[in-house]
Design a protein around this ligand. Structure first.
Ligand SMILES: [Zn+2]
Length: 271
């Protein structure tokens, strides 16, 4: 499925070659594992799903011939985001030899299965306004959090990826309070082509101006069996109504978004 950007004369004149980029929303059940693949470049993993999903995640990486992850971004420390990360760190992430920091997070975890593995890696705490990657055509920046509330979902790391003319908003598990803060800070600058739906549509409400500002063409729901009765159907209907197309990992399997900076092409494992 291809989603062309409207082409205008000025767009043609200003269009310059953009290195392609792929985002894989890997089906790890209820949880997040998002791989950013820059061909001939770095592999960045955002979260890793539950511990029990590690075999699925490993298989998905191996299928794509990926044996090394260069950077890991941890949005927060709930098990559906970090359960598999000790195994990922052990098997896929080389120890930093030059001291450069390759693990990013908004705050340090409480004591957990990750504490010991993380001690061996170079960790950087990142907050709103910081940039994790910046090239001519690709930027990964942190939109949230600024200060911490103490609630993991509210404090989870929200990222904006700008690739050429395209914008991706990866909203982690941002709850309505976080959505409100994002809207207060960024307003219409939240506009994106693709939104990773926050918190698996598991909150009972959405901060409506957040969704109206993001106004995505494509929404992606990372979901599987769960005990929370997620997604909340009323909330999901709002995302569905605001976006042109909604993909979900429980129905579509792994969702791969390929982009050249001007248009998106989406392929799903099971469709
Ligand atoms: Zn989650």
């Amino acid at each position: 499925m291809t989603f062309p950007e409207p082409v205008s004369a000025s767009a043609i004149q200003s269009a310059k070659p953009v290195s392609p980029l792929r985002l894989h929303f890997i089906d790890v059940g209820y949880g997040d594992a998002i791989l950013i693949e820059i061909p001939e470049g770095e592999r960045i993993l955002i979260d890793g799903g539950e511990a029990a999903a590690f075999p699925q995640l490993r298989a998905a990486l191996q299928q794509r011939n990926i044996h090394t992850i260069d950077k890991v971004i941890i949005t927060h420390f709930h098990s559906d985001h970090v359960g598999a990360l000790p195994s990922i760190l052990e098997n896929f992430v080389p120890l930093s030899s030059n001291g450069s920091k390759n693990i990013f997070m908004p705050f340090k975890p409480e004591s957990s299965a990750l504490t010991a593995p993380l001690k061996q890696h170079a960790v950087r705490i990142v907050r709103r306004g910081e940039t994790l990657m910046h090239t001519d055509t690709l930027q990964i920046s942190v939109l949230h959090p600024h200060t911490l509330s103490g609630n993991q979902n509210e404090d989870s790391l929200v990222l904006k990826i700008t690739h050429g003319n395209l914008r991706f908003l990866l909203a982690a598990d941002a709850d309505p309070n976080a959505q409100k803060k994002l809207y207060a800070r960024y307003g219409d600058a939240l506009k994106c082509d693709l939104l990773k739906i926050p918190h698996h549509a598991n909150d009972s409400r959405v901060f409506a101006p957040f969704l109206a500002s993001a106004n995505p063409q494509i929404a992606i729901l990372t979901i599987g069996e769960n005990h929370y009765q997620a997604p909340n159907e009323a909330v999901l209907a709002l995302y569905q109504a605001q976006s042109e197309t909604l993909f979900r990992t429980d129905r579509d399997g792994d969702i791969t978004v390929s982009c050249d900076g001007h248009k998106l092409n989406i392929t799903c494992e099971w469709v």
